[in-house]
Write a protein that binds this ligand. Structure first.
Ligand code: FES
Ligand SMILES: [Fe+2]
Length: 447
């Protein structure tokens, strides 16, 4: 649709996502046909949101202690007594499975404040390594050392400080605000969007984290738009509809869908179906040549057929796998920092501050994969240091090289913003929808 820049419906030239999927061989599930363009006034973001301790402190005061956030997967704490430690800035939460379900406690001894546990693990009770006070896994007090010396402690009420815990899709979420709205209410229709893909029936095939030399928001924002593809991933332009991506927002979540197996509108000439297929399958130079794309089909249909053939033995023949859900990049964001991908793409990202610093972050990528038969054991976190390349994590496969491209710019963006002599960064009206939605919500959380 050719439009003027001030038309709120202005879009890139070329086929829209809805027009594209209308021609697919296997039609998409309903959520991929929904559209809800964002309608909020944010078009710029103050630079100080990325560059100052004072803004970081605001987030630490107003956002993190009050918002729902993904802490771990249920499969990481399968048995009663299994626990995982979730850290966000200065806060530390123990997420533990009890007889009565999953519970969350602040990871702080109620005596003189030592962190109660240092690592994930399994316990019948939590015993503080300093003076030995202990708590049952449900948070109730188990023992007070030299109890005769603490007549002023009412042991019945001497519980660990609780946090809320709830689950969705196999994920465990926590909230430090005991008065917070329920997780279900906070998520809104997100579970409806994911119903076709049952994320609870996936296992952690890989879990890689990397320390990044940039603010946590700056890092996640590099994964919330396809505007960067033209210069960050030029090798895939023949087969990715970067500028034809669809962007939507509902309540506390947003979504981008970038179609694959269709050419970028930025290209000056139309690639052949073979060129599209070769670019999107990311063949390495020493790999055998790709199969030819027959006249009778398209790169998009052939890509989908290949993915379908690989998945069908795992998910079963009764699951209808649409071209879109096995081919496209469908990336959701639940405010503030949880990024599960839709369809059968395995990716889930989480971003958060690292070591309580505004200019360091931890980026994590999970591969959540379907499985047949018994659930395989979850992969433990493979943590890469700030100077280690993604390619040190071979479990990421070819995407390690793409992440290297994605994260190459980020320390220089942080450095550039620190040096900037202007007040605001400007966001694209449509293609940076997800960033605008995020910052619109963030402003509402800060008091
Ligand atoms: S600080 Fe934990 S028992 Fe004293
Ligand atoms: Fe990218």
């Amino acid at each position: 649709m050719a439009t003027t820049a001030d038309d709120a419906r202005s879009r890139s030239a070329g086929i829209s996502y809805q027009e594209l999927i209308a021609n697919d061989v296997v039609a998409p599930p309903a959520p991929l046909t929904w559209e809800n363009p964002l309608d909020v006034p944010v078009t710029s973001v103050p630079v100080t949101r990325y560059t100052t301790q004072s803004f970081y402190d605001l987030e630490m005061r107003d956002l993190w202690p009050r918002v729902w956030q993904m802490a771990c997967r249920e499969e990481e704490i399968p048995n009663v007594g299994d626990y995982s430690v979730y850290e966000i800035g200065l806060y530390s939460i123990i997420v533990v499975r009890t007889q009565e379900g999953i519970r969350a406690h602040h990871n702080v001894c109620r005596h003189r404040g030592r962190k109660l546990v240092d690592f994930d693990g399994h316990a019948a009770s939590f015993i503080c390594p300093f003076h030995g006070f202990s708590w049952n896994i449900d948070g109730s007090s188990r023992s007070v050392t030299s109890q005769w010396d603490f007549p002023h402690i009412d042991q019945k009420n001497f519980t660990l400080t609780p946090a809320l815990a709830d689950t969705w899709g196999g994920w465990v979420f926590v909230n430090m605000d005991m008065e917070a709205e329920s997780l279900a209410s906070f998520m809104g229709d997100l579970p409806t969007h994911f119903a076709p893909w049952s994320p609870e029936n996936r296992y952690i095939e890989a879990h890689v984290g990397k320390v990044m030399k940039c603010n946590w928001k700056l890092c996640q924002e590099a994964f919330m738009e396809a505007l960067h593809v033209i210069t960050t991933h030029p090798q895939i332009l023949a087969g990715i509809g970067d500028e034809n991506s669809q962007y939507d927002a509902w309540g506390n979540f947003s979504r981008a869908i970038t179609p694959n197996g269709t050419p970028s509108p930025h290209l000056r000439s139309a690639p052949s179906e073979q060129e599209m297929f070769d670019s999107i399958t990311m063949r390495a130079l020493d790999d055998p040549p790709n199969p030819g794309v027959p006249e009778s089909t398209t790169a998009r249909a052939m890509m989908a057929a290949g993915a379908r053939a690989g998945l069908q033995p795992i998910v079963g023949d009764d699951v209808l796998l649409a071209d879109a859900e096995v081919s496209d990049s469908i990336y959701y964001t639940l405010f503030p920092n949880f990024h599960p991908w839709g369809g059968y793409n395995r990716i889930v990202y989480r971003f958060r501050p690292w070591q309580n610093r505004f200019d360091r972050s931890l980026m994590e990528c999970y591969y959540l994969s379907p499985f047949a038969g018994d659930r395989p054991d979850p992969a433990p976190l493979h943590l890469l240091g700030e100077d280690e390349p993604w390619t040190n994590a071979p479990e990421l496969g070819l995407l390690a090289k793409v992440f290297t491209q994605d994260t190459f710019n980020l320390p220089q963006v942080q450095a550039g913003l620190m040096a900037a002599q202007y007040d605001e960064v400007f966001l694209a009206r449509y293609q940076e929808t997800k960033l605008r939605h995020f910052h619109h919500l963030l402003a509402q959380w800060l008091r």
